[in-house]
Design a protein around this ligand. Structure first.
Ligand code: UD1
Ligand code: CA
Length: 456
């Protein structure tokens, strides 16, 4: 059986009040539509088609991939019309699952259950009971409790409006039947739209017994129409991630104050304090402690590292038992070996720091290679940029850089060299020697401190 996934995403999303198309708004750091596309990919289907419309070119440009066909719905004439537009792309498949670009949290478990059910029948609905079913299509059942029809809220009579079981919109269906039924729908209803839901009545007429599956939780099928709903689903998603982490052996100071926006691989006995944000692909090994207000993006943090409050780490690797922060910034392409200490108000960019070295206070290290057991004094700056080009600084093992030193790159500091505090180093310095460049200190004899003149 060949499977196609059809994602409807031609909605305008006016209630978002945004310049950005609705399905490009982020949930957990990823556009809504990407969540749906990824759910589709979980099935390795033979076809993924996205129906786009309003401002769709932007959506397509941002999310295009080899495995996706894009189908434009020029006029938004209803869900049935949207599916009809996509039929030419689905000719090779036997079964179709229809998802919605603005319903991001649908689970694989639920879709699996629908496909299993589809073995028994030709049309499977995903429905849910809601205390307040306002706005949704109602599931109308017959005396034998079998699904008989879906009636849209705006077309429902007073009895139908009392029904709590609603249509989530997500369906699994035999492709040839879908095509046959869609050829018979019309737009004679209160909204003048072609309703996909009209295929239910047609299926029943054909003697099909409609299959029904329910999701594990209602958030799976909640659509996003405004920013309140977006925020609600974001929190729901984050609280699930937090529960999963705790189950895997991570201590969270407050599960409600952690945000994971990407893919996290985490070891045991990791402690995350309040307001930690983890973005992109992050790996955190056993025993790591992360302090409050720390942002880590696309980085690997090895065993027993301690990251203190208010540090930002991006595209970097931090070696075993290193200590970072508080208030440190580790920028892309930085690699710190084990037992490295990076202290407060230190910025490291595109640099390597070997084992046991320390940069503890107020420094900028950019485009540098720093050996092992180097000590870099407070206020040291690598002057890596001449206004046009970037240049490298090399510092040998065991070097000691005095405070307030400027290393004007390209420059090399020899192994075991000592640089006197306050030096501006413009040439390579020899190993094991003291090098300094500062004007001699003088004391002026007979100098008198000026006194404030009294006003006349
Ligand atoms: C639809 C269902 C309703 C269900 C509800 C669940 C129909 C007729 N009704 O209602 O039974 O309870 O979803 O949220 O199917 N879309 C297009 N092109 C269109 C129209 C819609 O791509 O021409 C897409 C939208 O982007 C959206 C989805 O289809 O992702 C649903 O559209 P929406 O207008 O929200 O459907 P409703 O009429 O609310
Ligand atoms: Ca809707």
């Amino acid at each position: 059986m060949k499977l196609g996934v059809l994602i409807l995403a031609a909605g305008e999303g006016t209630r978002m009040r945004s310049r950005l198309p609705k399905v490009l708004h982020d949930l957990a750091g990823k556009p809504l539509l990407s969540h749906v596309i990824n759910s589709a990919r979980d099935f390795s289907p033979d076809e993924i088609t996205v129906v786009y419309g309003h401002a769709g070119e932007q959506v397509r440009a941002q999310l295009d991939a080899d495995d996706i066909d894009w189908c434009e719905q020029k006029e938004r004439l209803g869900t049935g019309h949207a599916v009809i537009q996509a039929l030419p792309y689905l000719q090779k498949v036997d079964q179709v699952v229809i998802l919605y670009g603005d319903v991001p949290l649908i689970s694989k478990t639920t879709l699996d259950a629908m496909l299993v059910e589809l073995h028994q029948t030709e049309l499977v609905l995903l429905t849910v009971n809601l205390e307040d079913p306002t706005g949704y299509g109602r599931i109308v059942r017959d005396d034998a409790n079998l699904v008989h029809a879906i009636v849209e809220h705006k077309d429902a009579n007073e009895f139908q409006l009392e029904i709590n079981e609603i249509n989530t919109g997500i369906i699994a269906v035999d492709r040839t039947k879908l095509e046959a039924w869609l050829s018979k729908i019309n737009n004679k209803n209160s909204q003048g739209e072609y309703y996909l839901t009209d295929i239910i009545t047609l299926a029943v007429k054909d003697g099909v017994q409609i299959g029904v599956v329910h999701p594990d939780e209602k958030e799976e099928v909640m659509g996003i129409n405004d920013r309140q709903q977006l925020a609600y689903l974001e929190r729901h998603y984050q609280s699930k991630m937090a529960s999963r982490l705790m189950a895997a052996g991570v201590t969270l100071a407050d599960p409600a104050r952690l945000d994971i926006r990407g893919h996290l691989k985490v070891g045991r006995d990791v402690t995350l304090d309040c307001n930690v944000i983890l973005e992109g692909d992050v790996e955190i090994a056993d025993g790591v402690k992360v302090g409050p207000n720390v942002l880590i993006r696309n980085s690997v943090i090895h065993e027993d590292v301690e990251i203190l409050a208010n540090s930002v780490i991006e595209d970097a690797e931090i070696g075993v038992s290193s200590r970072i922060g508080p208030f440190a910034r580790i920028r892309p392409e930085s690699r710190l070996a084990d037992h490295v200490h990076i202290g407060n108000f230190v910025e490291i960019k595109k640099s390597q720091v070997a084992s046991g070295s320390k940069v503890n206070h107020l420094s900028y290290i950019g485009d540098s290679e720093i050996g092992s057991k180097v000590n870099i004094g407070a206020g040291t700056i690598t002057c890596n940029y001449d206004g046009a080009n970037k240049h490298k600084t090399f510092i040998g093992d065991d070097a000691f850089i005095g405070s307030d030193t400027q290393l004007v790159a390209p420059v090399k500091v020899g192994r075991g060299a000592t640089i006197g505090a306050g030096s501006t180093i413009t040439r390579d310095t020899p190993k094991d020697k003291l090098t300094l460049s500062r004007s001699k200190q003088i004391s002026v004899e007979g100098w008198q401190r000026p006194v404030k003149q009294s006003k006349q």
